[in-house]
Design a protein around this ligand. Structure first.
Ligand code: SF4
Length: 492
């Protein structure tokens, strides 16, 4: 907070609440906003009534996100009338895209800021206390917003955004419009942060990006032709800069380096784009024992025509080839996916192909979505090719049957194995049981005599399989957690 003295200093403690809509990228942005507000002297609360500052970190990817936001803002309006000192901020993708609508529908909002100026959250709140409502949206950014303090949600596990934005142009997706072009975070900075996380007791990291496999592409442009000095090494990674084998650091280099940091037990990542899934990434997964055997590989459709209309850049055969390569390279690999049903123009024949590919892929699970047009995307202008909602519903149910069949078989095949889980907390269904997660990202519920802290690693015997989880029996604790307990950022 250079040049600004916090108005909260020396007075009563003020409390903040960050409510998150949407994906993991947004949740991580919320952690950054929370970190900035903490650094500014505010304390976290999970109660709207107790909060002096409420930040709604919005998403425009999910259906009805705007209706939910305006409904929630309608509820907050009365609170603001009763307590004029309350500050309300709207951040995130929807703020970036619909700033004027937010202002128009909710003029009582103090601050509207976008995805490229998360780092200004605390300053904007200060400024609005002096000068009234502020809208500040930066259209695009050249640099990764590094070095923001973070208030993390889970103590033993951390998300790290390795890249923001997306250079692709999938017809259904609003991300390129609201998050801008791809920007990679410097390699050395990421490795330094992993070291800091380990010192804080973190043992699991998930690398986040819209298209993690193209990590580093922009770092190349920044360093091409430059002498290999310390700055280049920091930006691009020592492993790459010490060799002359190629022109840029790959995601695989990052995966190997993060996975080799002492104290890290598990590395995950999401999401790779199928067209950019390289053999080097599969090899890095296979060679790095800490990288978990789980691949989320979004299919979206099994029809080549639909894939072309979506601008996905691969065919169904190419997708299945990549999947086969991943499975043959990485033993015991769990695979999950995203599939959209009812993309404009999807015929019965197109959908049958999706069913065929889904069956051939034998997924562990899938996020299946009914197509819904997002204003501002190419697909939103394809309304004359819309698929009948009844047809979509029927297709959706048929797809679910195929996915659940392979998911159940995959779960059943794990019965009788001994697996390591990391404890996430008490089971929601049984107060005498805990829920843990395996390396394949599967939930295991297992009874315990005495509670174990979240972040504990334990071996369990898998004794039962359900559609969405496994049943286990505790064998032994393999590692105790070392992190401090943290307070959660609330998800809306
Ligand atoms: S790859 Fe496609 S779906 Fe993913 S963020 Fe980029 S444009 Fe959206």
């Amino acid at each position: 907070m250079i040049g600004l003295v916090s108005p909260y200093a020396g007075g009563m403690v003020r409390r903040y609440l960050v409510q998150t809509y949407g994906c993991q990228m947004n949740e991580h942005d919320s952690e950054r906003i929370a970190g900035l507000l903490e650094e500014d002297g505010l304390e976290q609360t999970d109660s709207v009534e107790d909060a002096d500052v409420i930040v709604l970190n919005t998403c425009c990817i999910r259906e009805n996100a705007d209706n939910k936001l305006y409904g929630h803002l309608g509820n907050l309006k009365q609170l603001k009338t009763d307590r004029p000192g309350l500050q309300i901020a709207v951040a995130g993708c929807l703020a970036q895209k619909d700033r004027d609508t937010v202002r128009q529908k909710a003029p009582f909002v103090d601050v509207v800021f976008g995805t490229h100026n998360v780092g200004r959250a605390a300053e904007l709140l200060h400024e609005s206390r002096i000068s009234g409502p502020i809208t500040e949206i930066i259209e695009d950014s050249e640099e990764f917003p590094s070095a923001l303090p973070v208030q993390r949600e889970a103590g033993h596990a951390a998300w790290m955004t390795i890249q923001i934005g997306c250079d692709n142009s999938c017809a259904f997706c609003i991300v390129p419009a609201v998050r801008g072009k791809e920007i990679s975070r410097p390699f050395g900075e990421l490795i330094d942060e992993v070291g800091e996380l380990v010192r804080d007791g973190v043992s699991e990291v998930t690398l986040l990006g819209q298209n993690v496999n193209s990590y580093g592409r922009d770092l190349t442009l920044a360093s091409r032709g430059a002498d290999i000095d310390d700055a280049v090494r920091f930006a691009t990674g020592t492993a790459w800069s010490d060799s002359d084998r190629r022109a840029r650091p790959l995601f695989a280099d990052l995966l190997r380096s993060v996975g080799s940091v002492d104290g890290i037990r598990r590395v995950r990542y999401t999401s790779p784009h199928p067209k950019d899934l390289r053999p080097e990434t599969i090899a890095a997964m296979a060679d790095t024992p800490t990288v978990c055997e789980h691949l989320h590989l979004p299919l979206q459709s099994g029809s080549d025509e639909t894939l072309a209309a979506m601008h996905r850049g691969y065919t169904a055969d190419r997708y299945l080839e990549k999947l086969a390569a991943a499975r043959s390279g990485v033993g015991d690999l769990a695979v999950t996916t995203d599939i959209i049903v009812g993309f404009p123009g999807e015929t019965d024949a197109d959908f049958e192909m999706t069913l065929d590919v889904a069956a051939a892929a034998e997924y562990d699970s899938a996020y299946t979505f009914v197509f819904s047009p997002r204003p501002g995307t190419e697909a939103a202008d394809m309304t004359e090719m819309s698929v009948d909602p009844d047809v979509i519903r029927e297709r959706f149910d048929r797809l679910r049957v195929v996915i659940e069949r392979s998911g159940r078989a995959k779960h059943q095949a794990r019965v009788g194995r001994r697996e390591e889980v990391v404890v996430e907390g008490p089971s929601k269904k049984d107060p005498n049981a805990l829920t843990g997660r395996t390396r394949q990202n599967k939930l295991v519920h297992f009874p315990v005599d005495a509670p174990l802290r979240a972040g504990t690693y334990a071996m369990v015997d898998i004794v039962g399989a359900h559609a969405h989880s496994l049943a286990g029996e505790l064998v032994e604790v393999t590692a105790a957690p070392t992190h401090r307990t943290r307070i959660a950022v609330v998800s809306a």
